[in-house]
Design a protein around this ligand. Structure first.
Ligand SMILES: O=P(O)(O)OC[C@H]1O[C@H](OP(=O)(O)OP(=O)(O)O)[C@H](O)[C@@H]1O
Ligand code: HPA
Length: 178
């Protein structure tokens, strides 16, 4: 079994690069079908979503805008429960269809904060595209329109997701060895 060591922890291969790409294409297909004619704005949540967003947007063929915000709540392998907005949205989302693009919805605390903020800013149709969802970890009710893969409640790295800042560049997903 392929393993990687990141700082003080060992991780084992969990999801291959081919499985990831297939799941991305499935999400893009749904989005192209659902949002044709809606002129959506994609809001990519940095840092983690950079890789999913880059792959996804190559397969989204409808007219759209793409913009970025930066948030952070994780330290090491744990959520701090406090979401820090590091830089925010400049574009108007009034009366727009907004698709929030995330690498993972885990507790849902980050996504709840983003959705509330978009509602306050006047977005009328707020959708979420997340690569991963951990259903057993979810603590908040958030929209989950496009979920590429559901996974158990275990800490993962790769494909944009980090452990203490490292591992984001891995093409596959690795799970923390217990
Ligand atoms: O559902 P939650 O429990 O709120 O977790 C999900 C959030 O955690 C990660 O971000 P992180 O704070 O690690 O910042 P990063 O994207 O810069 O890695 C991830 O990218 C999500 O934004
Ligand atoms: O499992 C995870 N790995 C990395 N970052 C995360 N942010 C939320 N959950 C995770």
């Amino acid at each position: 079994m392929k393993t990687v060591t990141i700082k003080d922890k060992e991780f084992s291969i969990f999801i291959s690069a081919d499985q990831i790409q297939q799941a991305v294409e499935n999400v893009a297909e749904q989005i192209n079908w659902d949002l044709a004619g809606k002129n959506p704005i994609f809001l990519v949540v940095l840092n983690g979503a950079f890789m999913f967003a880059a792959d996804l947007m190559r397969h989204v063929t409808i007219p759209c805008e793409i913009t970025f915000i930066k948030l952070s709540s994780y330290e090491g392998t744990q959520s701090t429960g406090v979401v820090k907005e590091i830089f925010g949205l400049n574009e108007s989302v009034v009366n727009r269809t907004v698709v929030v693009v995330e690498d993972i919805v885990d507790t849902g605390i980050t996504m709840e904060r983003i959705v509330n903020s978009l509602q306050e800013k006047g977005a009328t149709d707020i959708r979420v595209a997340t690569f991963f969802l951990k259903p057993d970890s979810l603590q908040r009710e958030v929209p989950l329109n496009y979920v590429a893969l559901k996974i158990p409640n275990q800490f993962i790295v790769g494909y944009g997701l980090d452990y203490d800042g490292y591992g984001r560049n891995l093409r596959e997903i690795y799970v923390l060895n217990s």
